[in-house]
Ligand binder design. Structure first.
Ligand code: AMP
Ligand code: MG
Length: 376
């Protein structure tokens, strides 16, 4: 029987630590039987379905409003299971697996013919990942099947990094949500294509080409060396052509010039802005900016401009000083939160360097002008 959307009661399963595997039995069995279960991973929350049940996989596309030509990643517990979906395993897989799995690295390899076309969007390859998040692993264990799990957001919304984000998009539409708190990394996994020679990064994530070279000696083509305009219309990884997030607010990436302070860069940008403003920055940067704003409001030349600016300021700060890891952890929550406050423009901190590729990629996708780098 097909349930009406409003008839689904979303059961939120709160995870306590240490983990009790009994908690995962019901959602695991439901997953194996064809239900959709949302769960946390170390990257973002995923919307899970059994990879070998085409109807369950189709339900994922329907719920997300995801284009059918955007393939899904299959989540497995360990390399022992890779033969269930891969026809052959490239030699390069093993040292990479040894170095980075379980963790936020996804491998594209030749698919087995019996993997449903819905999973791979009809491609000759399949993407696999081995999540490290303990609740994700306990759920995979309880389900006992390969699980496809795209990010648990409606397509076009930012990926969810908190259980509340999943409820914002799917409350009353999915039967189970496993809540184990905020996701550690905060952006989606690095996707690498093991079928190309040399291996290339199809989507930037926490694991960079530099880290891969350092830890395995394997040379891969970094993301930033291959994004050409033609990749946008003929992408190697179909998901790359979709804009991930189109906030109502304009998004501006704030990058300090060499040797300048980030607080000054924020001040320079927001001073010119007459509309309502949202800021995403570290608590220390905010305190420095606040100092500048309050000292400037004593300046009679400014005619009270800064008081007006305070009236129109929404803030999302993360703890401590300017830090890429913490900024990445908070990025999607900040975008969701500030956009909900209906500001005209969100000013978000930019970072430079290879480690920042994934953060800048996600932020650029939200920004009005994309492809910005902070290297100036
Ligand atoms: P998401 O599930 O939203 O994290 O997106 C999965 C990403 O992996 C998308 O960018 C897909 O295009 C990419 N992907 C999945 N399967 C393949 C594949 N067989 N070949 C290339 N890219 C893939
Ligand atoms: Mg996604």
């Amino acid at each position: 029987m097909n349930l009406e959307v409003s008839d689904v009661n979303t059961q939120v399963i709160l995870i306590k630590h240490p983990l009790d595997s009994a908690v995962f039995v019901r959602p695991g069995q439901a997953l194996a039987a064809g239900s959709v279960v949302a769960f946390p991973t170390e990257t973002v929350y995923g919307l899970g379905a059994s990879a070998f049940l085409p109807d369950a996989v189709k339900e994922i596309f329907r719920l997300k409003g995801r284009p059918a030509d955007n393939p899904l990643i299959v989540h497995l517990l360990s390399a022992d299971d890779v033969g269930e979906v891969a026809e052959s395993v490239p030699d390069t897989f093993w040292p990479l697996y040894e170095a980075f799995s379980p963790g936020p690295l996804t491998y594209v390899m030749p698919r087995r013919h019996d993997v449903p076309d819905e999973v791979t969007a009809g491609l000759s390859t399949v993407a696999v990942r081995f999540p490290s998040q303990p609740a994700a692993r306990a759920l995979l264990e309880a389900a006992g099947v390969p699980v496809v799990a795209p990010s648990a957001n409606i397509s076009g919304r930012p990926s969810p990094t908190r259980a509340r984000h999943v409820l914002d998009d799917f409350a009353g539409r999915i039967p189970f949500l496993i809540d184990d708190g905020p996701c550690d990394v905060g952006v989606e996994s690095t996707v690498i294509d093991l079928t190309s020679d040399p291996i290339r990064i199809l989507r930037p994530g926490k694991i960079t080409a530099k880290a891969i070279l350092e830890r395995t000696g394997i040379q891969v083509i970094p993301w930033q060396d291959q994004v050409k305009p033609e990749d946008i219309t003929h992408p190697l990884s179909p998901g790359m052509k979709y804009r991930h997030y189109a906030p109502k607010a304009r998004v501006v990436i704030v990058c300090p010039k060499a040797d300048a302070l980030i607080a000054d860069a924020f001040l320079f940008d927001i001073e010119k802005d007459g509309g309502s403003i949202g800021l995403f920055l570290s608590e220390e940067t905010w305190q420095a900016l606040r100092g500048r704003l309050t000292s400037q409001s004593c300046n009679t030349d400014r005619g009270g401009r800064d008081e007006k600016m305070y009236d129109h300021l929404s803030l999302y700060t993360y703890e401590g000083g300017r830090d890429l890891t913490r900024a990445t952890h908070h990025l999607f929550d900040a975008l969701r939160t500030l956009d909900r406050q209906a500001v005209d423009t969100i000013y978000a901190e930019g970072f430079d360097g290879e480690e920042a590729t994934a953060y800048m990629d996600r932020l650029s996708k939200a920004a009005t002008v994309s492809g910005i780098t902070c290297d100036t």
